[in-house]
Each structure stands twice: as C-alpha cells, then as structure tokens.
Design a protein around this ligand. Sequence first.
Ligand code: GLN
Length: 199
Amino acid sequence: MKNVIVGVLALQGDFREHINILKKINVEGVEARLPSEVDDMDGLIIPGGESTAINKLMEKYGFDKKIKQLALSGKPLFGTCAGLIILSKSIEDGKRGLGLIDIDLKRNAYGRQIESFEDEINLNLNHDMENKKFNSVFIRAPKIIRAGKEVRILARHNDGVVLAREKNILVSTFHPELTDDTRIHKYFITMILEYLKER
Ligand code: GLN
C-alpha cells in the first residue's frame, strides 16, 4: 500500500495493537504523544482504553484542540471504543465529547454481567466485499443511542449501530485492532488515500 503515515494517539489504551495491525497491511503507524507531532501524519487513530483517562491527558497536552483542528481540516480520524466516546457528541452521563461525529452514546452499556464478548457482525463497507462477516471484540463497550442523518451505518450488532462514518470520521464501538482481520483498518486507509488525492 502507498506510503501513508498513520498517527495513533499514545496517551493511554491499546495504541500498540493498532500499530501492529497497521504493520500487517504494510502501513506505518506512529505513536503520537504531542499535538505538534500529528501535523506530519496523514490520519489519526484514537484507541480504546479508558476515555476519562485519555480525555484528561488530551486536555493536559492540548490534544483536544488539535483533534478538532484535524477533523475540520478533513484529515481522517478513527476512534475505537474509548476513541469513539471521545469523538462523539454527548454521553449519557451528562458529559460532552468533542462533538466531531453526530452520535450520542451510553458508556459501559452492556452491563457488568457481560463486560466483554465476541460476536459476528455483518460489514457493509463496499459492495464487492465477498465475506461480510467480521468477528468483533467488545470490551466494556458503549452503545450508540442516536446517530444523526449524515452518519453512514457500516455495521450493526443486533439492532445497534457498531461501526459508522460521517465524512472523515470513522468510529467503532468494538476493537478491530484486537483481531487478525485487517479489513476495517484497510477501509480507514482508503479514507486517507481519498483525502490525500483531494488535496
Ligand atoms: N469503558 C471504557 C470507557 O468508557 C471504554 C472501553 C474500551 O475502550 N474498551 O472509556
């Protein structure tokens, strides 16, 4: 694949797993620890982890403003689980996210009994994809309780939206970086290639 550099926000959470899965598709993933580092990167992944911890560190280092700027400049962003919580509009416990995707959430929505589980979902990424099944890993995952009309639904689990995109922002409630299946990361790379072509 073309030489793109993908930043992975490396403040807390499973950023190494994202870098490893990018390696599998021959894409360079680079840990981003300071806002100034992401200017040279072609896209940014916000990993899973603990959104409250990531949020605190983001504010401390000024990443919140930087990520808003990136989103407005059209750079592709991909938030998985806690990363989605950070990018979304409002979270049911009264907190607000960065509001970069028109989605409202409930955190830890599957309850204590089922903190984590794996299940198959059907991907709806592009028409020519032969196998639509994707084994997804959910860990203390949020549920999307509202998605605005500009939000494209790319996969559901039961009735709930679990993978979605609005313009340059891609989000999942599960962890594609914890499987060997690279298709969702490849899809994110196509978003980056489109962005680079348009510039
Ligand atoms: N439950 C975590 C939170 O609310 C998210 C979990 C995850 O990223 N796997 O931040």
